[in-house]
Design a protein around this ligand. Structure first.
Ligand code: DAH
Length: 353
């Protein structure tokens, strides 16, 4: 058998490849398939590369001519690949453009960090709503307050520890960040004629900072002035308030206590909402410290001196006042152990409400 001429072998292989490469490119229907096909021809282990390797066996005088042919063919393949690629990309773009603008079958994306009402805001809204239903109007007032309204007219003696540098944030002399919402009692009684019934929600400030105290916190004050107001009226409002906030049958008790602006003064406990064991001999859980009762506010009958300090005749008028901390009520309602959790605004915490 005559030995095959290497030049002929190369020529035949080239001719075969020339006939087949374009149909092969055109048959590829994705960009990846086209690139794979291209690699099969031009890649390191590709068919044209294999042909080139045989060039060394061709006679020296024909090598140059074959080499040129191979190079020209290589450019043909590259051009073919280029135009097929463009074509595929155009088709893809056209398909994209003529498809519906969105895929209605895709599941919706859940909002990752939705906004939430803050627990203190929720409690405030509930408390305000209850007192409004009971006929109280809402009174607003400044957070930077005269010493007069925050302390003096409320009957705080000048040396009272609350007026101390330790407990209040003083701004300029005679003014401070109000330490409670009781200032609103004075502002109301010096501007409005009795009878009156108000609540005053607001931000208050004290130099206090631990697990259950924060230098800035929130209170709601409620007060009512009319003729012949007695402790019975106060107790009736408290019982109604407790039932509406904590549910029917919530027990309420008053313990005598002292505040300069009320006489008598009292602290109000409700039956522990967690263990519900008020009035039982072996009461309690950790939250009520095994007493069965939880303190929620301070209250009393408005002191005659406070009326006089506001130009109201205590012989004609009487009233009650109460004040509560909203953080405390929110912590009790939601079992939040540390007041700082209410102010850090960690979305993981807020998302639980
Ligand atoms: N102002 C008091 C406080 O911040 C709370 C308070 C107690 C308000 C008795 C009242 C009241 O109106 O009668 O601790």
């Amino acid at each position: 058998m005559a030995e095959t001429n290497p030049t002929d072998t190369i020529e035949t292989a080239l001719a075969n490849l020339r006939d087949s490469f374009l149909p092969r490119f055109r048959a590829a229907d994705t960009e990846q398939a086209l690139r794979d096909e291209n690699a099969k021809i031009l890649g390191k282990k590709g068919e044209l590369t294999a042909i080139l390797k045989q060039l060394g066996r061709a006679p020296a005088e024909s090598r140059k001519a074959i080499g040129e042919k191979v190079n020209a063919f290589k450019q043909e393949v590259e051009a073919g690949f280029g135009s097929c690629l463009k074509n595929l990309q155009r088709l893809e773009r056209e398909a994209e453009l003529s498809a519906p603008p969105f895929d209605l079958t895709l599941p919706g994306r859940a909002p990752v960090l939705a906004g939430h009402k803050h627990p203190v805001a929720m409690v405030r809204e509930d408390v305000v709503a209850i007192f409004r239903q009971l006929g109280f109007a809402v009174f607003d007032g400044p957070e930077i307050e005269h010493e007069e309204n925050n302390f003096t007219r409320l009957g705080f003696p000048p040396d009272h520890p609350a007026t101390d540098m330790q407990d209040s944030f003083w701004t300029t002399s005679g003014k401070l960040l109000r330490t409670h919402t009781s200032n609103i009692q004075i502002r109301a009684m010096t501007t409005i004629e009795p009878p009156m019934a108000f609540i005053a929600p607001g931000t208050v400030y004290r130099r206090d900072d631990d697990a259950t105290h924060s230098p800035q916190f929130h209170q709601i004050e409620a007060f009512l002035v009319d003729r012949n107001v007695t402790l019975a009226h106060l107790k009736g409002v408290l019982a109604e308030f407790a039932e509406r906030l904590y549910g029917p049958g919530t027990p309420v008790r008053l313990r005598p206590s002292y505040f300069p602006f009320v006489e008598p003064g009292a602290e109000v406990d409700i039956g522990c909402v967690f263990c519900k064991q008020a009035n039982q001999t072996r009461a309690g859980c950790n939250i009520c410290k095994h007493t069965g009762w939880i303190e929620i506010l301070g209250c009393g009958l408005i002191h005659p001196v406070v009326f006089e300090n506001c130009g109201i005749d205590p012989e004609q008028w009487s009233g009650f006042a109460l004040g509560m901390g909203l953080e405390r009520i929110a912590m009790l309602r939601y079992g939040i152990p540390n007041i700082k959790l209410l102010f850090e605004n960690d979305p993981r915490m807020l998302a639980q409400f």
